[in-house]
Design a protein around this ligand. Structure first.
Ligand code: CA
Length: 229
């Protein structure tokens, strides 16, 4: 899952990105409202963490512009503005949640998880497809109830495929939701292929099943319950 961290206090932005990467998210940073919008229009984000007091363009203006364009991306406002009116306005403008600074990182992380979960299920924290289980809280992955250790990229790929298990995911979409920064058009498919290869090997280590199906030039999806291995 890919996050955009919009925060003009550099130290805080840096600390958030560092902590969020550690728990498995791909993160980009923006330090003012205008560059936040630039990045938003350039990349696909699953969630945006948005400060309100920002240089160049206020956070609420940024939110308004985002919501004019798309209702799907999750937005959590993180602000020191505590006035109830401000909070209500933010939620009315389409923010999914609101955290007041200073906040506890654990709490922020839980809210991010909850907001991301709203897009794919009403309650479970465990994503399942056939023999594969992924616990979004503990970040543990199991195949046939045996734990499998994945790298953060492998985990990111599997999580995205599980969330969207009903459809084929193009190379580009998969890449932009798991990797940060600009996409290098010449090498991203090779990078993706390599990580899919190692992920496939780990998932199939107990029974030689190919759990990830590759449709040539179209993309990837997970093998469903009822499909022949
Ligand atoms: Ca600020």
């Amino acid at each position: 899952m890919r996050l955009l961290i919009v925060e003009d206090e550099k130290d805080l932005n840096y600390a958030l990105v560092k902590a969020l990467r550690k728990v498995g998210y791909a993160c980009d940073s923006a330090y003012d409202g205008e560059s936040a919008l630039d990045l938003y229009f350039k990349n696909d984000y699953d969630l945006i963490l948005l400060d309100l007091n920002l240089p160049k363009l206020d956070g609420l203006e940024v939110l308004k512009k985002i919501r004019e364009n798309d209702l799907k991306v999750k937005v959590i406002i993180a602000s020191a503005r505590t006035a109830v009116d401000e909070r209500v306005l933010g939620l009315d403008l389409g923010a999914n949640d609101y955290v007041i600074k200073p906040f506890d990182f654990k709490e922020l992380e839980a809210r991010i998880r909850t907001a991301l979960r709203m897009s794919y299920s009403s309650s479970p924290t465990v994503l399942v497809c056939g023999d594969i289980k992924l616990d979004t809280n503990t970040k543990n992955v199991y195949v046939l109830d045996r734990q499998v250790n994945l790298t953060s990229k492998e985990f990111g790929i599997l999580e995205y495929l599980l969330v969207h298990k009903d459809r084929l995911i193009s190379n580009y979409e998969l890449f932009t939701h798991v990797w940060e920064g600009a996409v290098d058009d010449y090498t991203y498919t090779d990078t993706l292929k390599y990580h899919i290869h190692t992920l496939k090997r780990k998932l199939g280590q107990f029974n030689d099943v190919e759990y990830i199906i590759n449709k040539r030039n179209q993309g990837y999806r997970l093998r469903g319950n009822d499909e022949e291995a």
